[in-house]
Design a protein. Structure first.
Length: 335
């Protein structure tokens, strides 16, 4: 619309288009195109149209710059695995395609002041305080109270994108030894049913709460030993940042913003040498998820090493100030 109707009237104002999730493209049947009052030439594949449909998102690609919400996701969406049918269009504009990771509000997500958790703590006194949060969470969600079990938390929309199918496959194959799981979220009905059945068959070891419950989510961040994010794809993700703010190392698939914000552990020495903050796996299958959880469990048994890992998490800075400055630089470049 800008190029067609407004540019001649208001001059050469440069434009930037921000993509969050390429899975949502505003794709419609060609018949709907007439309501846009745009010339038919925009129905060509190089513009909006393709295979009997048109995608509103492709109009945004005509902007002077395009950015998405993490550097890795900006690269991924130019490939068939992540491009959702418009990867060729994105590949053509990769010289003006940028990735800037999102941030979190540390005033909102701060274990030192969070009124919903049983004990407040910070980097300096987390060890005794988190030992209060974990058993309280285990009691609240119906898990066996065990300090030695690796408690894996997950707060998520229950959808394929979030890797829920991997979690279910792993549960059905057998729960890793000396681990517990608490899952909070709502989503697709098929996942609700499967997870409820799994919970009934594994009382004391798996707890699934089908609900949107922010106070409980906060207690899961504070009381879990690790936080699960086994996403199929993840444009940026905020839960890994929140988890680290609460001193909870993430276990995540190496994709999108998860790859940009988590320093992965390949060997215990990475905790000291590379300031590692979590555990990453690449293959999208439940065996990779399981083996990564088992690696975390083994390191968890070394409490001194685990404390260093938690400190690394606390020392990360995902403030919106960092993201905002990168956006300002991009806007100035286009000015």
């Amino acid at each position: 619309y800008y190029k067609e109707y407004y540019q001649r009237r208001i001059g050469q104002i440069r434009t930037i288009f921000t993509i969050h999730n390429l899975g949502y493209q505003g794709r419609y049947k060609i018949e709907m195109f007439k309501k846009l009052n745009l010339p038919d030439r925009y129905l060509k594949k190089d513009y909006l149209g393709e295979d009997g449909t048109f995608a509103i998102i492709k109009g945004g690609l005509m902007c002077d710059a395009v950015n998405t919400v993490s550097p890795t996701y900006a690269r991924e969406i130019t490939t068939p695995d992540f491009g959702y049918g418009i990867e060729d269009d994105l590949k053509r504009i990769e010289n003006k395609l940028y990735g800037i990771a999102n941030g979190i509000d540390y005033d909102l997500w701060n274990p030192a002041t969070d009124k919903e958790i049983p004990a407040n703590y910070s980097r300096d006194d987390f060890s005794p305080k988190r030992r209060v949060c974990k058993p309280q969470l285990q009691k609240e969600v119906g898990l066996e109270v065990r300090d030695d079990a690796l408690l894996c938390g997950m707060v998520s929309r229950l959808a394929k994108q979030k890797g829920v199918d991997l979690l279910i496959e792993m549960f059905l194959d057998g729960i890793p030894d000396d681990t517990q799981f608490v899952v909070l979220g709502t989503g697709e009905q098929k996942y609700h049913m499967s997870l409820r059945d799994i919970t009934l068959a594994n009382k004391g070891r798996i707890s699934v709460i089908i609900d949107f419950n922010l106070p409980l989510a906060r207690r899961i961040y504070a009381g879990s030993d690790v936080f699960l994010i086994p996403s199929l794809y993840e444009p940026c993700g905020l839960s890994q940042m929140i988890a680290m703010a609460y001193g909870t190392p993430p276990i995540a698939r190496k994709t999108g913003g998860l790859n940009d914000t988590i320093i992965g552990i390949t060997r215990p020495e990475d905790i000291l040498e590379n300031k590692a903050t979590g555990f990453l796996f690449s293959r999208y299958d439940f065996k990779s998820l399981r083996s990564t959880i088992e690696i975390a469990r083994d390191i968890f048994s070394d409490r001194d090493m685990w404390q260093k890992l938690v400190i690394n998490c606390f020392e990360q800075n995902f403030s919106w100030d960092v993201s905002a400055n990168l956006y300002l630089e991009l806007y100035k470049e286009q000015g």
